[in-house]
Design a protein. Sequence first.
Length: 150
Amino acid sequence: MRTALAAGAGVGAAVTLMLAFRRQRHQEIAAAHATHDATKRRVTELYTKAAEQLGSDKAAVRLAGLHALERLAQDNRGHRQTIVNVICAYLRMPYDPPEPEPAPDPERERKAALRAARRRYQAARAGRALPLSPRHGRRPMIGRASCRCG
């Protein structure tokens, strides 16, 4: 009887040990899958962000996107050819430089300032309130301290 109980306890301990080993192995595999998935998700996020940066209006942002793609290609051999294809496609795209803003015309600005000063002067002589500033939509700040004669 003792022998049977000892054998039963030994078998029970072996089964418990086998189940604990199996559970530990399953948890290690699940952790490895989670780490692998997180790495893949991170690579995808970096790739997407860098590709979005290539479409920016600012040259510095586009350059940062190219550097991010280069670093991603160096770190991930599996994505290297895809990233090279994206960079080549970006470089093949036509480039339309933005239209330069016209240079300000100093003569036109001078005439506009003279017209505004004439309106304020005529309004002050007639005793009317000063007209609203056309640029800012508010009354100009004019006082005795800012006026100089002579």
